[in-house]
Design a binder for this molecule. Structure first.
Ligand code: FES
Length: 181
C-alpha cells in the first residue's frame, strides 16, 4: 500500500522544499518527517520520498543506509541509543551497554521480546561531559549508573516519560560552581 503523509506533514514538506535551492536537498528532513509519522523508513516511504523530491529510489536508499538515525526495520515502542564514543566509553558506557543487553535480552540492532525497547549503539551525541549517557526516543539521560538506568527503564516501561531535568545528575557542574568563583 502506498505511503501517504498527513495533510499537516505535507504542508511541512512544502515548507522544507522552499528552503533549499533544489527539491533533492530536502531529502534528509523529509525522511525524518516520514519516520516521525510511521516509526521507520519502509520501502513505501522510500518510494514516496523519491517521487515527491524527483529522485531515484536508489538515491533515497543511499541516504537512508548512510545515516544510522533512520530505522530500516520497525522499531520497538522505545529506542535506546547508547553512546559508545570515547568520553562515554571512559566513564563506563561498556557497562551500561552490557547491562542493557542483559536486561533486554537482545543485542544492539535488536528489539526486546516484549517489543518495548530497541537497542542501538550511537556515536557521540554531544553530551560528552555527562557520560555515560543514553538517548531514549528524543530524550537524553546522563551521568548514568546501572541503578539509575534500571529505575529509568522501569518508569518508561510503565508508560511514564521522565524528563531530563528529573533524571539528570550533574556532579561536575556542582564541582565547577564551587571551584570556579
Ligand atoms: S562521547 Fe558520549 S556524548 Fe560525546
Amino acid at each position: 500500500m502506498a505511503f501517504t503523509l498527513s495533510a499537516e506533514h505535507e504542508k511541512i514538506v512544502d515548507e522544507l522544499i522552499a528552503r533549499y535551492p533544489t527539491k533533492q536537498a530536502a531529502c534528509i528532513p523529509v525522511l525524518h518527517l516520514c519516520q516521525r509519522q510511521v516509526g521507520w523508513v519502509s520501502p513505501e516511504v522510500i518510494d514516496y520520498v523519491a517521487t515527491r523530491l524527483g529522485m531515484a529510489a536508489s538515491e533515497v536508499m543511499g541516504v537512508v543506509t548512510f545515516y544510522t538515525m533512520y530505522a530500516q526495520h520497525p522499531p520497538g515502542k522505545h529506542t535506546v541509543w547508547v553512546c559508545r564514543t570515547l568520553s562515554c566509553e571512559l566513564m563506563g558506557a561498556k557497562t551500561i551497554q552490557e547491562h542493557l543487553e542483559h536486561r533486554l535480552g537482545c543485542h544492539a540492532g535488536q528489539t526486546s521480546a516484549d517489543g518495548n525497547f530497541t537497542l542501538k549503539k550511537a556515536e557521540c551525541l554531544a553530551a560528552c561531559g555527562y557520560g555515560p549517557m543514553v538517548q531514549i526516543d528524543d530524550q537524553f539521560y546522563e551521568n548514568l549508573t546501572v541503578e539509575k538506568l534500571d529505575a529509568l527503564l522501569d518508569r518508561i516501561a510503565r508508560g511514564e516519560t521522565p524528563t531530563q531535568e528529573e533524571t539528570a545528575w550533574y556532579p561536575n557542574a556542582a564541582a565547577a560552581t564551587t571551584s570556579g568563583s
